[in-house]
Write a protein that binds this ligand. Structure first.
Ligand SMILES: [Cu+2]
Length: 399
């Protein structure tokens, strides 16, 4: 009936202790290397210092891009390529008073095939298994692509408080196969595609630095989202032009509610690596005009960034993501038609790995890329299986 999660996506739980061990080892090695231990007293003038470490690995400094500096001041150390969290995360840093930052960020999420719990289903199975669960009589989704364009502006109100706003534009495309009760002239088994694009909900808030040490910091995210996305987009594609239907839950741009998005980020910088941890939530407040609220979401992330040079860093992160089912339901959707109209088929648990590259070019242009893929996913009911998220970002700060 179902086949196991294939193509290397099965999460091998034996990997987890290994990952934790490597992370702990890296952390302890870094911890035993104090920021200035290698050349007491001489420090941050690398060229004049003369000690081995300060002369750096590329003593001849052909290009700043290939420089590896040691013994930096805390402020200088925070300005290297790993100054931001991996591209898929936000809310990790503050700016000093009067500093502004602009970022353009792009995300592409790709989903293919359906999951029942942790098991991948073929498209034909998605229809029959779905019907056994009381849905997918009209169609089953088979693939989805979500693209997002995000403009992120940050402003340092004080040295400890940074305001930010992030308008987002999203483009959603979902492919389907029609089921046995679909009246479309093309008939059961025929494919169709729905599309939705426009402004999404807008994220804004304040980042508050709760603690700052020589080489670590703790930042609280007093964030929220406002319901600027439109929920009632209709399409006649599912019925082959016969009837217009509202697009189901995952094809909607936004939650329709104000969401509280508190989060907490800790970052610690060492000579050539930095580590970070973040707990970030998305908690809808009340129900929207359609009579439902999207599920609470919690994300726990841990990452390590390694400075290959001052201006080039590689990152690795692990994300634990928990998402609840929806409360209530939109009376305009018929849950028996398709699994994406089921408010009780929205939650699940995911463990994702992320691989990133960060490059600091010219005068402070930061390019940040990350590819994220799930190593474990366990969904409630039948849902599309996540394959990849890609993030790309350009940012620059201005005084
Ligand atoms: Cu910023």
């Amino acid at each position: 009936m179902v086949r196991p999660l294939g193509d290397g996506l099965r999460f091998d739980r034996h990997l987890l202790p290994l990952i934790l061990f490597v992370a702990a080892l890296g952390f302890s090695i870094a911890r035993t290397t104090p920021l200035r231990a290698q050349c007491d007293g001489c420090c941050h003038q690398q060229s004049a210092c003369g000690c081995d470490a300060c002369d750096s690995v590329f003593a001849e400094r052909l290009d700043r891009f290939f420089t590896r500096s040691y013994c930096l001041s805390p402020a200088e150390r925070r300005g290297l390529a790993d100054k931001h969290a991996p591209a898929g995360l936000m809310g990790d840093h503050v700016h000093h008073q009067g500093e502004m930052m602009f970022e353009y960020r792009y995300m592409n999420m790709y989903m293919d095939d359906n999951l029942l719990g942790t098991n991948t289903l073929s498209d034909a199975q998605a229809l029959t298994v779905g019907q056994a669960l009381g849905t997918n009589f009209a169609a089953t989704p088979t693939q989805m692509t979500m693209e997002m364009h995000m403009i992120h502006a940050m402003y340092g109100l004080t040295d400890n408080t940074t305001l930010y706003v992030m308008p987002m534009f999203s483009s959603l495309t979902m492919d389907h196969i029609r089921g046995p009760m679909n009246p479309a002239p093309q008939g059961p088994g025929s494919p169709f595609t729905t599309h939705n694009s426009g402004f999404d909900d807008m994220i804004l808030g304040a980042l508050i630095k709760l603690y700052e040490g020589d080489r670590d910091e703790l930042v609280f995210n007093l964030g929220c989202s406002v319901p600027t996305g439109y929920l009632d987009r209709v399409s006649s594609a599912p019925t082959g032009g016969l009837v217009e239907l509202e697009l189901p839950y995952p094809m909607r741009r936004g939650s329709g509610t104000f969401d509280a998005r508190p989060g907490l980020t800790y970052k610690s910088y060492f000579e050539r690596i930095s580590v970070g941890g973040q707990f970030q939530t998305d908690l809808p407040i009340g129900r929207n005009d359609e009579g439902y609220s999207v599920g609470n979401e919690w994300r726990l992330n841990g990452w390590i960034s390694w400075l290959f040079t001052d201006r080039l860093a590689f990152s690795y992160r692990t994300e634990f993501l928990w998402r609840e089912n929806f409360d209530g339901a939109d009376a305009d959707l018929v849950p028996a038609q398709i699994s994406t109209a089921r408010p009780d088929f929205r939650g699940g648990d995911w463990i994702n790995f992320g691989y990133g590259v960060m490059a600091l070019l010219g005068e402070g242009h930061l390019l940040n890329f990350e590819a994220v893929h799930p190593v474990y996913q366990n969904v409630d009911g039948i849902q599309l299986e996540s394959d990849w998220w890609f993030f790309a970002s350009w940012s620059k700060a201005f005084d």
